[in-house]
Structures are given as structure tokens and as C-alpha cells.
Design a protein around this ligand. Sequence first.
Ligand SMILES: NC(=O)c1ccc[n+]([C@@H]2O[C@H](COP(=O)([O-])OP(=O)(O)OC[C@H]3O[C@@H](n4cnc5c(N)ncnc54)[C@H](O)[C@@H]3O)[C@@H](O)[C@H]2O)c1
Length: 247
Amino acid sequence: MLLEGKVAIVTGAGSPQGIGYGVARRFAREGARVALLDRSPRPSQEIERELGPNAMTVVADVRDEAACAAAIAQVMERWGRLDVLVNNAGAVQARRTRDISRDDYDLVMDVNLRGTLLMSQQALAHVGPGGSIVCIASIAAQRGGGLMGGPHYAASKGGVLALVKSMAREFGPAGIRVNAVNPGVILTGMTAGAYEGERGASVISTIPLARLGTPDDVAGACLFLASDLAGYITGASVDVNGGMHMH
Ligand SMILES: NC(=O)c1ccc[n+]([C@@H]2O[C@H](COP(=O)([O-])OP(=O)(O)OC[C@H]3O[C@@H](n4cnc5c(N)ncnc54)[C@H](O)[C@@H]3O)[C@@H](O)[C@H]2O)c1
């Protein structure tokens, strides 16, 4: 088992169809004790029934520094250590440049970029050598949006990629690795309904692997980056897009 003995937090893991839950489930199967953090988490009994006693739920809004600190304190209190953080919580909006309001900008930037920074800051107070942070960015940062997210979404994810490289540089000497995953089009609650029928078929026709992605596809890349298999990989990003964007 690739994460035996490790404690992980996955943010944005409250949606049963989402990437975060897929990552948490995969981590639990690989022996990790895993905390599923969300602004609106599912009942802990339900999660324990599905993932076993080595899973817990934590309520926090990643935009709120005190809530992030309290969430991490809760995990430390229960399991006494923290090895892996997956920054997955995210907000998407389809907008054109001139339609982005101040509130739109604040919401998307705050959840995607500030939330990633705040959770990382708090986690880095506890993660030691061998620890790993994985941040979910997006194909939108690489190709300039154009799928679901507007320019502010793409920019927030571009910020995440820059933050990943900067944190990787800063924390490498402490033995802590920081990497990103860039999902392409993944079928989740966020994208539900947007890729049905003709729209789905036309997107699939641009994907060499000829299908949309699943949360499990993203979870596999997160597992690799979180585990010791990726012990010499930091500041990198792994594309999980079926070949839709190559560079
Ligand atoms: N689905 C895709 O095609 C796709 C593609 C590229 C990147 N992504 C990224 O992957 C991540 C997960 O996306 P998903 O499709 O599973 O989305 P989702 O909407 O299914 O899940 C997102 C989760 O984040 C939680 N969340 C939102 N704001 C929060 C906050 N302020 N604090 C705590 N939790 C919060 C939500 O409650 C939800 O459970 C996001 O960062 C998204 O930008 C998704």
C-alpha cells in the first residue's frame, strides 16, 4: 500500500461525484488515514461507512484562515501527524472577460488561489520531511480557459501553478515536495450536464483517448505524487487530460 502510515487532508472532498472524494477514497484504499475537508461535508457516519474508520470529515471554508487552522488542529488532535495535503476545493464560473464582476473575481480567486495558500500555510506548520502537497490546478491555466471556466478561473489556476513552483523551491530543502495536477474535462458535479449530447461528442472528438475523464483518473495522479514513488519530483505538474492538451 502506497500511503501506509500517512495522514492526508483532501480539501473540497464533500461532493460524492467530485474529484476530492475520489482522491480521498483512493488514498484510504492505499492505507492512509484521510480527512475529507469541505465547506459542506457529508455526514461523518456516511463517510466512515464508505471508507472505514480511518476517514474523518472536517468542516472548513478554505477562504477563512482561522477555519483552516482549526481544521488542521482537529486532524492533528485525532491522528497526531500530517503528511499529505491535497488542495482540491475549487469554484468555477463561465464568464467572458468584460462580464467578470468584482464579486465573481473575489469568489473564484479566494477559493482557488487564496484557499490553496491558506491551507498550505497551515499544513506546512506540521508537515515534515517526506511530506507532500498536491494542488489541483487545471488545463484552463495552460490553454487559456475556453472549456468551462472564464478568464478569472484560468488566472486563478495559473496562480496555483506559480504558487506550487515557489513553494516547491522554498520547502525542497526541508524534504517537502509540492506538485500540481492539471485535470482536463472530468465528469463531476462541477461539470454535470455541461458535456451531454452534441457538446460532449464534440469535446470528445478533440481528446486522443476518446473519452472524458473521471475522478479516479485524477486520483491516480494525486496518489503517485503524494507517495514516495514520486520522491524526486517537486515543482512539477502532471496533466490528466487524455491527451487533449500536449505541450
Ligand atoms: N471537473 C473538471 O472538469 C475539472 C477540470 C479542471 C480542474 N478541476 C478542478 O478540480 C477541483 C475539483 O473539482 P470538481 O469538478 O470535483 O468540483 P465539485 O464542484 O464537484 O467539487 C468541489 C468541492 O469543493 C467544495 N468547496 C467549494 N468552495 C469551498 C470552500 N470555500 N471551502 C471548502 N470547500 C469548498 C465544494 O463544496 C465541493 O465539494 C477544483 O479545484 C476544480 O477547479 C476540475
